[in-house]
Design a protein around this ligand. Structure first.
Ligand code: ASP
Length: 344
């Protein structure tokens, strides 16, 4: 079994500088020395290090494309891939990569850690070794057990585009609120195959890595002013807006909000409603306070995460720059298992 581990940066790739005690990114050799177990099993591991290694706060859509492209270019040489990434924006990157790599038949497992690999109590080793095992896991027919872009952290494997970083302190840093874990690692790894997406046989991997950054996140809060909403909706070049609403997709019933959204939709801007709640789905029309949003032409994001919706919007706008009809249509449907559509 051959696995490629791609180091992009983040805490997991850091070690303490013995001279001043400060944390700094490790080079590949130093990193390898901290995880000798990785090279002592029957799984063959190669490492590829991005240069420079970056904190995930600095990761941009170009880096998502580089991650997806690295997997694509090495696809035939490996059985699975592990991407080491900072935890802060891991859910964004992993969601984006899940859209960019279509027809995946091999695992692409994102992981990271809360403590640097070079710290005694670090969770880095366990997360990395579990991720490699998930990436290498096959059934007796040679079928990969988790042929999805997934995120492995603290013994749980999630569909990546369902995850959110929930905790800056605990080792259990990620959650998938609206979709159960695909696998859980205890003494044994329990794969929940009925929850995992398996591709049709003979599908061909496709790399679709263009994105368009002309999107915005508009979070509704009590007291939000007309000026703020206007400033966001008239941002030059804007094409798509994620509207974060209350509860099941509700917003203030003010006439000005309705008129501004209606006018923006009329100018061709795509607005998608996403609830501020972690769990549950948008259901416009359930309360009177969301009827205006429906009338203004706002689309439903159902139970998608903000990370997945923003990256999906950027990705769709990059793929279909001249076809807003298709962008809107695909925003209403699951492309990589990122949401549960109405009635499904
Ligand atoms: N700031 C770091 C990063 O996201 C945090 C981490 O890796 O846990 O790159």
């Amino acid at each position: 079994m051959q696995i490629l581990v791609i180091l992009t940066g983040g805490t997991i790739t850091m070690v303490r500088n013995p001279e001043n005690g400060a944390l700094r990114p490790a080079d590949t050799e130093t990193f390898r020395a901290f995880v000798p177990e990785l090279f002592a099993s029957d799984i063959h591991v190669d490492m590829l290090t991005f240069s420079p290694l970056i904190d995930s706060s600095d990761v941009s859509p170009d880096d998502w494309s580089r991650m997806a492209r690295t997997v694509y270019e090495n696809y035939n040489r490996y059985d699975g891939f592990v991407i080491l990434h900072g935890t802060d924006t891991m859910s964004y990157s992993a969601s984006a990569v899940s859209f960019m790599l279509q027809n995946l038949t091999k695992p692409v497992v994102f992981t990271g850690s809360q403590l640097p690999v070079g710290v005694l109590r670090s969770d880095a080793k366990e997360n990395l070794l579990t991720a490699v095992e998930i990436a290498a896991a096959k059934d007796t027919d040679g079928q990969c057990l988790v042929p999805e872009v997934c995120l492995c952290f603290e013994g749980k494997v999630f569909r990546a585009n369902r995850t959110t970083k929930k905790n800056a302190e605990h080792f259990e840093a990620f959650e998938s609120y609206n979709y159960p874990a695909l696998a859980k690692a205890g003494v044994h790894i329990n794969y929940r195959r009925h929850l995992i997406h398996y591709p049709a046989p003979d599908t061909q991997l496709q790399l679709l890595d263009k994105t368009d950054r002309h999107v915005a996140l508009l979070k509704i809060f009590p007291g939000i002013t007309e000026e703020v909403v206007h400033a966001i909706l008239t941002t030059p070049g804007l094409k798509g807006v994620v509207l974060e609403t209350y509860g099941s997709g509700n917003a203030p019933s003010s006439e000005w909000l309705y008129l501004q959204l209606k006018e923006a939709v009329g100018r061709g801007i795509i607005v998608v409603n996403k609830t501020q709640c972690s769990t549950g789905s948008v259901e416009m029309g359930r309360y009177e306070v969301s009827i205006n949003l429906l009338k203004a032409g706002v689309l439903s994001g159902y139970d998608i995460t903000t990370e997945a919706l923003l990256t999906k919007m950027m990705w769709l706008l990059g793929q279909y720059p001249a076809d807003m009809h298709t962008v809107k249509d695909m925003l209403q449907h699951s492309v990589a298992g990122e949401m549960t559509e109405a009635g499904v």
